[in-house]
Write a protein that binds this ligand. Structure first.
Ligand code: MBD
Ligand code: FE
Length: 280
């Protein structure tokens, strides 16, 4: 029997929550009391000021309370934070960089995707839907040196806008791969063009979007982490010109430096985009 399951917010949220806990759970242990107190107080003061400014009612307060409960129940804290908060953290964390612009990681990264060498295809299904994409590039340092042996970890949604390991019925490592640059720092990746991503409409984040009358879309994007010894880890996303949501990404993660310049090829498109890493 082959059963197909529809993606649900609760299932993808639960996976994203588990993923985060297994990799990143740091808690507040290392944060000094003074810092926790300062940040918690100022965030609360901003909430209090909003309540006073707009005379928030009990009805609205209770709606907020039940919505916050549902964010947790749906496992959507990773999604909520990465869509509406992470972009500012990323800006602050990388403002010193001379090399490549980066952007947010989002909730769907999984480490240790299968190694494919310097040139190869990302793992995909037979007849993977989507326009074939051949991506060439070089990893260099701001010092000018080519970075051989650099890692380019790629992950992206499929032509339905779904991510393996977070939506049902997709092979584990589909459209997730690790590439290692050759002696000249070069790589060549064969994949397919991803579709735009829609925030699940059936979860807490989708309910906020509907209640506020916002749209739920991120433009199509390729996620990467690029790393090399002695250099800062670059987390970025690359975007396709002409996507209607490049200018109003719900996650505010598009930067002009991250736009690709695809050229038509015999059976798809080619892109050339390299990365410049900052020494650590
Ligand atoms: C995504 O695919 C994504 O990249 C981000 C940042 C948030 C939600 C879904
Ligand atoms: Fe994404």
């Amino acid at each position: 029997m082959t059963a197909t399951h529809s993606p649900t917010a609760a299932a993808s949220g639960a996976n994203a929550t588990e993923r985060f806990k297994s990799d990143k759970l740091a808690g507040v242990a290392g944060t000094p009391k003074e810092r926790v107190s300062l940040l918690a107080r100022e965030v609360l003061e901003a909430v209090h000021a909003t309540i006073r400014k707009h005379k928030v009612t009990y009805e609205e307060y209770n709606a907020l309370k039940s919505w916050l409960i549902s964010v947790g129940e749906d496992g959507e804290w990773p999604l909520f934070l990465d869509v509406w908060v992470e972009h500012v953290v990323e800006d602050v964390a990388t403002e010193h960089r001379q090399g490549n612009k980066g952007t947010i990681e989002g909730p769907y990264y999984v480490p240790d995707a299968p190694e494919q060498g310097a040139r190869g295809s990302v793992p995909s299904r037979e007849n993977e839907p989507g326009t074939p994409l051949v991506w060439t590039g070089q990893v260099t340092s701001t010092t000018g040196a080519a970075l051989g042996g650099a890692k380019v970890e790629l992950w992206h949604a499929d032509a339905d806008g779904l991510y393996s390991q977070f939506a049902p019925d997709i092979p584990e490592w589909n459209l997730r791969g690790t590439f290692t640059t050759d002696d000249e720092g070069r790589f060549e990746i064969h994949t397919v063009r991803p579709a735009p991503y829609q925030i699940p409409t059936d979860g807490a984040c989708g309910k906020l979007i509907a209640a506020a009358g916002w749209h739920a879309w991120r433009p199509a994007h390729l996620h990467v982490k690029v790393s090399a010894p002695g250099h800062e880890l670059l987390t970025a996303q690359l975007y396709f010109p002409g996507d209607e949501h490049n200018d109003d990404d719900i996650a505010s993660a598009v930067k002009p430096e991250l736009l690709l310049d695809p050229r038509p090829s015999d059976n798809g498109e080619t892109i050339d985009y390299g990365f410049v890493l900052d020494p650590a």
